[in-house]
Design a protein around this ligand. Structure first.
Ligand SMILES: *Cc1c(COP(=O)(O)O)cnc(C)c1O
Length: 295
């Protein structure tokens, strides 16, 4: 069965703290499959071998990719086995957010990467869908942007990275299509610059295709809760009426404001992740209360 993508996703013209920007609403691709995970899964929608019965993947226990694959597996009547290295006992008893919904989609959860097995007739998808095949869907995103943006203007496209698959392939697709008014920038949210370059290198040898990596003044650790992350996420929502992701986008926006001289004509890619916000928001509220959410 096919999953309908509402593409091309719209672009919107917004302003946040004095910065005018274009927002690519890739979060609106599909109500279940969020943003870049939908783009990365695109390939499998059309290229799933007939004999496949099972999908195997691994990664963190609240991963957006995990939920997205669970939905893809459900729709295609596939068994989905997911390995997390560690499952906190609290979550086992009371799954929330991505985990809760992935389990509802029939995901079979197993603990320990050392136990990963690939049964016959299965496909194996790397953590975060950091697969070369993701290029197919991300190239479609590049083509939409080229179509939607004014070819007489220069733009700086920005998106925060986890595995770096989306920013790398977006940059590569734009360069391969010989479009020279669009330049891709990213920041590492998982690990540092060195980790991100390693990720790029595992997917693409030719560094001319790599996006430009920029960073925030302050260092942040992935998945940790920072008051300024929560604050900027709330401000974004108040100012733009758009719900951004709570895991990657706060670091993204802080990095943007630390590098404003670069962004004279910003295009921000909304990469989805709203389901993941359920559990992130619970954690933020527990730690910092409601802040000025209603003011
Ligand atoms: C997965 C995800 C990312 C990171 O994407 P990569 O392709 O792994 O770099 C960024 N933002 C959101 C909302 C995501 O769900």
């Amino acid at each position: 069965m096919q999953i309908d993508f509402n593409t091309p996703t719209p672009i919107e013209y917004l302003c946040f703290n004095g910065v005018e920007f274009t927002l690519k609403r890739d979060d609106l691709i599909n109500s279940e499959l969020s943003g870049n995970k939908a783009r990365k899964i695109d390939y499998y929608l059309y290229n799933l071998p007939k004999n496949i019965t099972t999908v195997v993947s691994y990664g963190s226990i609240q991963s957006n990719a995990m939920f997205s694959i669970s939905y893809f597996a459900k729709v295609n009547n596939l068994k989905f086995i997911y390995y997390a290295n560690h499952i906190p006992s609290l979550l086992k008893e009371n799954p929330r957010g991505n985990l809760e919904l992935a389990l509802k989609n029939g995901m079979i959860l197993k603990e320990g990467y050392s136990r990963i097995e690939e049964p016959s007739n299965s496909i194996f998808i790397k953590e975060g869908i950091a697969e070369k095949s993701a290029y197919i869907g991300i190239e479609k995103l590049a083509k939409e942007l080229i179509e939607q943006l004014n070819d007489k203007e220069s733009y700086q496209i920005f998106l925060p990275s986890g595995t770096g698959t989306t920013s790398l392939f977006l940059s590569k697709a734009i360069k391969k299509l010989n479009v020279d008014n669009l330049e891709v920038y990213t920041t590492p949210c998982v690990g540092e610059r060195g980790y991100l370059i390693e990720q790029f290198a595992s997917l693409e040898r030719n560094s001319i295709y790599y996006p430009t990596i920029i960073d925030s003044k302050k260092r942040y650790h992935f998945g940790k809760l920072y008051r300024e992350f929560y604050q900027i996420w709330l401000e974004l929502q108040k100012n733009t009426s758009v719900e951004f992701d709570l895991l990657y986008d706060p670091k993204g926006w802080i990095t943007l404001f630390d590098n404003l001289d670069i962004f004279t004509n910003l295009v921000y890619i909304h990469q989805g992740g709203r389901i993941g916000n359920i559990s992130m928001l619970e954690r933020y509220r527990r730690k910092y209360g409601e802040l000025n959410e209603d003011s």
